[in-house]
Every structure is written in C-alpha cells, then in structure tokens.
Ligand binder design. Structure first.
Ligand code: SF4
Length: 457
C-alpha cells in the first residue's frame, strides 16, 4: 500500500468537523412535554410491538435493537428511522454533548447541573444516543450515569493527582507513540472517543477540547509507523487513542496494513470501548476488514454488567466470529463496580459473550478522579471474592499502573503465607492453610514474620 492516503469528507474521526445535531432536525432529538415522565424503567422494559426476532442466517447482516433502545428511540428520536439509529455515524453525529441536550433526557442533580454549566474541565461530555438509552433519567447515582456525566467532584483535585499520571508524555519518543516497555508500544491514533469516561487517564489528550494535546494527523501516523519500523525490538503494537474504532474502515485499514508490513511485528492489539458504547460500529464490513490482519487482538473497556445488552452481545459475537481474541479491561470505580457481586456479574456476563476478563485496573490518579478511587484493600477483596469462587477464566488480573510510568504491577491476595522448613505454607480461597513440599526452593523463607507453627496448630 502507498505511504499516503487521502480521506474524504465522510471519513472519521468526525470530531474536528462535527457539527452539533439540530435538536429539531428530522433525525435529531425530539422532546415532548411528557418525554421525561414517560422515560421510566417500566416503560423502557415494555417490549415494543415491532420487536424483532432474528434468524441465525440474518444475524450477520441485521443489527439488533433491544426493546429498551426501541422505546428510547421512539420517545426521544421519533423522527429517526431504524436505519439511522443503527448507523454508527448517525449515532456519532447525534451524540449528546451539552446541557441543552442532556436536560431533555435526564433530570439533573444539583452537582451535575452545576458542573455542566461551569467551564474549566479538560474532558468534554459526549454520550451516544444508544448509551444514553441505558441511563436512568432520575437517578444520578446510577453506575453507568456516573461514568459519563460530569459532576462537581471533577473540580476537586487532590495533591497526588496529575494530568498525565502514567508519565506517558515522558515516554513518547515521537508524537503519538508511548514506548514504555522494550518490546511493545502504544500507538495513539486519534483524540476522539464515542463516549467520554469521566475517569479517563488520557483526559488531557482526548476530546479535541481546548487544551487537548493530540488530534488525528496522517503525517504523525507516518512518523509513528517509521519509528516502529526502525526499532526491531518492538514485536507488539497496542492501537489505542482516543478510540481507534471511531476511525473509518479506510483509515483503520491503512494503519493496520502499514503495520502488518513491518516484519518484526508479531501481534497487533486494538484497545477500544466502541463495542460497548457504539455497538452499531461493529459492522460485518468492519469485521471482514479486520480479519485480514491477524493475529489481531482486542481489549474492550467494560465497566458494569448493565452494559451487557443484546446490541453489545452482537458486537462481541461479530468480533469473536471474525477470529479476534477478545479481552476485557475494567477500571475499579467507587460506587460503580466496587463490590464482589457486581464484578462477578460483569465477569460472568463477559464470558457468556466470549470476552475473557483480562485487567481490573486500580483507578489512576488523574486530575479530578478522587471520587472514583477505591482503596487497594477493595480491589484485593474483590479478587479474593472471585478467585476460587468462580471459574478461573472469570478472574481478571488486578493491577496498578505505576504512577510516573513504572508499568503495570499485579496485586494479589496473600495466598503464599510463608515456609515451615521444607514446606511452603499456602492459603486457599476458603482461608484454609495447606503445606506443599518445596525442599530446594527459597520461596517463603523471607516471610519469617509469621509464626507458622502457631498458625498451623
Ligand atoms: S473510551 Fe478510553 S480513551 Fe476514551 S474517554 Fe473512555 S477511557 Fe478515555
């Protein structure tokens, strides 16, 4: 493929040329005086008359719409056709991005209202109509709502927080590349996301908001590709952003094909939240294109079991059917997913849609995120509540991405208790102790602070 590519007016990322949807346009948000009142859980849960049933043959080309989405669409976007709702570009163009759009759908708390009218946060608000259909209109404490709607808490900055908590800028040899580990790099493709998460580690660089450091630039891509080409130690590229799946198929294919041409690259990975917040993007055309570039892995950002809708199930099935190994990434968030049962539901739900739980991240100390951060005790408690209590495949790695760029550090409950002579003493998931003979090993010898014999007696 050529080293250059031209992109037409319809190409993504659309944010630099995005115009706000006209709320009164044919397909835009339309609000009736009774809209808010009608948009209740009860109403949304009522299956509409035109509920679709899918035959297996049609699944690949037909986009699923859940009863909840149908109900939301007919209430708030009555002029939008089903075809428009299922068009990912329509979803992007009609994202809810300001107070005017939000108050038509949600009853705001004082904190939300105040934050939305203030200036000064880096990260804009952006919510696809599809994801908005999952929000509870009258409940500001709803987990999903807390992750996408700004509150006054974002203006509280604690001393340990930073704009770039992982020190990515300091590990960037060329713009758009973060090179922290010897054999792999992060490729920042775009500053655009379908939905902006309020705890985003890269909030300094996404959103194309004033002050954002990074926007799409083909010359920047080419320089980044040249950097990878000239560094033969790199065997793995994580394509991230912003969200790379907000790019058009053409742009994405350009990037994938250029990277695939580099002989020392063994694997490519895409990091994305799009299958969760914009499942309409996972079209048969996209998956057909992606499968040309195997081995291609995908890490999908999930937060809560409420995200596991029929639409998301379909998007993950399409990716899995195209041969993509799928892993999840979840940030541990206070009041959102910080209890064992919620996390277990999420992990079980992911396995059912063929996504292997991969990472559970301690929330990074990014500016204005203190209200989301849990203690480390909480993360370990969750892992302890999963390990042994459910399938091993359902247990993610709990990690802290070390501030300043130290990389991911795994955290585990204390299963290794210590040593008694030739025996290592281990604790199982039921808190029972067991011996394992390891006469030549050193493991556990350093843990002499425990009175092992007393513990075993
Ligand atoms: S999708 Fe990822 S990059 Fe975009 S706002 Fe959310 S966490 Fe940040």
């Amino acid at each position: 493929m050529e080293d250059t590519i031209s992109f037409g007016a319809n190409d993504e990322p659309p944010s630099p040329i995005l115009t706000e949807p006209d709320p009164h346009s044919e397909a835009g948000l339309v609000v009736t005086s009774s809209a808010f009142r009608l948009h209740t859980r009860r109403n949304i849960a009522t299956p509409p008359k035109r509920e679709r049933t899918l035959s297996p043959q049609k699944l690949e080309s037909t986009q699923v719409i859940s009863p909840r989405s149908q109900s939301f669409r007919s209430l708030f976007y009555p002029n939008a056709t089903e075809e428009q709702w299922n068009d990912w570009r329509w979803q992007v163009r009609n994202r809810i991005r300001d107070l005017k759009g939000i108050v038509q759908i949600l009853k705001l708390s004082e904190s939300e209202l105040s934050a939305l009218t203030r200036q000064g946060i880096y990260l804009p608000v952006g919510i696809t109509p599809y994801y908005a259909s999952l929000l509870e209109p009258a409940n500001p404490d709803q987990p999903l709502r807390r992750t996408v709607l700004t509150t006054e808490n974002e203006y509280l900055v604690t001393p340990d927080e930073a704009d770039d908590p992982l020190g990515e800028n300091g590990h960037s040899p060329v713009p758009g590349i973060v090179h922290r580990y010897p054999d792999r790099v992060l490729f920042l493709t775009t500053g655009f996301c379908a939905v902006y998460c309020r705890y985003c580690t890269r909030s300094r660089a996404v959103g194309n908001n004033k002050g954002a450091e990074y926007t799409f630039d083909i010359n920047q891509w080419n320089n980044a590709i040249a950097y990878i080409k000239n560094n033969s130690a790199i065997r793995d590229v994580v394509i991230s952003g912003g969200d790379p799946l907000t790019l058009s198929d053409d742009k994405l294919e350009y990037l994938l094909s250029r990277l695939r041409d580099i002989p020392h690259l063994e694997m490519l990975r895409i990091g994305t939240k799009v299958p969760v917040v914009l499942p309409q993007r996972i079209t048969p055309e996209l998956t057909k294109m992606l499968q040309k570039y195997h081995p291609l892995w995908m890490s999908i950002h999930f937060t809560h079991p409420d995200e596991l809708t029929p639409e998301v199930k379909q998007s993950c099935e399409r990716l899995a059917n195209a041969g993509m190994p799928l892993g999840s990434q979840t940030v541990l968030l206070k009041g959102v997913n910080d209890d064992v049962e919620t996390m277990k539901d999420l992990m079980h739900g992911l396995l059912k849609i063929r996504v292997r739980p991969y990472y559970l991240y301690q929330c990074d100390p990014v500016r204005g995120s203190a209200h989301f951060r849990t203690t480390i005790d909480k993360g370990i408690e969750i892992i302890r509540g999963l390990r042994g209590h459910t399938s091993g495949y359902a247990v993610p790695h709990y990690v802290i991405d070390a501030p300043g760029g130290g990389g991911k550090i795994p955290l585990l409950p204390d299963y290794l208790v210590g040593r008694d002579g030739n025996d290592v003493i281990l604790r199982n998931y039921e808190n029972k102790l067991f011996r394992y003979c390891d006469s030549e090993g050193k493991t556990g010898r350093e843990n002499n602070q425990f009175d092992i014999r007393k513990m075993l007696s």
